[in-house]
Write a protein that binds this ligand. Structure first.
Ligand code: AVJ
Length: 308
């Protein structure tokens, strides 16, 4: 049994507001659902950011050649399926080494084999790990650039996001860079639609964590006795995902029982949205300086280059 997972689940379900950490969405099945979410019309962050990356890469090329940098090691946090790094690698031969960190080891292994075929000269290292914990990386002498796309930073509480940025700055070292994708505050309807898709893929992604607990933690959740809920919390500037109990029920996890009232929820994810200025303040309080910002049309998504 996976003890970190069990401990986190028990601790989370004992809270007055039952809570689970979103990193546990990503077992093999959950990573597949996430890839399906990225193909949905309603889920604008993925395709918006992916569409911006070729231009971003072109400008970075100019920028780095102006700085006479000729060797960059790219470190991706939460690398997943490795789709987003491709447009960077295509336009930036200055990236000679790539380090991919992800919690889903199997998924990452397959994806990196594929990447090696497309970029035979690239040195690739994969590290299965939880980037929410401080990581030890044996980095080379080349200038490092972190890559944290997809607005995954939004899963952190703002204070945790600051902590992450601070520790990433230490990991990446002097004169390093960080390329970040950040989802912005916008029209509430557009936000809520992105997390309540018409094909119910997001609902399945959310409920998959129940199935995972049943399988891995000897739990007995009935996924059909819970419903997917995603709402924008305007005051806190975040999308919240919950699993809401349809009835009064009792569930067991590894021998411990938990009571649910009808309508009671498990809070499974936060996805914070930031105004660019808000994010600037966060980055600078973590010691980074923002060098560049790219905004999608209507400002629906931002990519930022930070410099240490
Ligand atoms: C991977 C955290 C960026 O918050 O939009 C997508 C995850 N959850 N649909 C997000 C997610 C529901 C996603 N991140």
């Amino acid at each position: 049994m996976n003890h970190g997972f069990l401990q986190d689940v028990l601790a989370g379900l004992r809270l007055p507001q039952k809570t689970l950490p979103p990193k546990y969405f990503y077992d093999a099945k959950g990573s597949e659902y996430f890839d399906q979410i990225c193909q949905l019309d309603e889920y604008y962050p993925y395709r918006t950011e992916l569409g911006m990356l070729p231009d971003v890469a072109g400008e970075l090329k100019q920028y780095f050649s102006g700085k006479s940098l000729d060797n960059i090691q790219l470190v991706e946090f939460g690398a997943g399926s490795l789709h987003k790094v491709k447009p960077l690698l295509k336009k930036l031969p200055v990236i000679t080494e790539f380090v991919a960190i992800d919690i889903s080891g199997e998924h990452l292994k397959n994806a990196s084999a594929d990447l090696a075929e497309s970029f035979p000269k690239l040195q690739i290292k994969v590290a299965q790990g939880d980037f929410t914990q401080p990581i030890e990386l044996a980095l080379s002498q080349a200038t490092s650039m972190g890559f944290f796309p997809g607005s995954t930073i939004g899963n952190f509480e703002p204070e945790e996001a600051c902590e992450f940025l601070r520790s990433a700055r230490t990991t990446l070292g002097k004169e390093s860079y960080m390329l970040m994708g950040v989802d912005t505050k916008k029209d509430e309807q557009m936000l809520e639609r992105a997390y309540n898709d018409s094909k119910d893929i997001t609902a399945r992604f959310n409920k998959n964590i129940l199935t995972r607990m049943n399988r891995e933690l000897d739990a007995n959740f009935h996924p059909d006795q819970f419903e997917h809920l995603a709402i924008y919390n305007q005051e806190l500037g975040r999308i919240e995902m919950h699993l809401r109990s349809c009835t009064r029920q009792e569930v067991e996890v590894a021998g411990e029982s938990f009571q649910f009232k009808e309508g009671e929820t498990i809070h499974t994810e936060n996805s914070y949205k930031y105004y660019p200025e808000e994010f600037d303040r966060l980055a600078s309080s973590a010691g980074w300086k923002r060098e560049k910002i790219w905004l999608a049309p209507d400002g629906i998504f931002a990519i930022m280059l930070l410099h240490n």
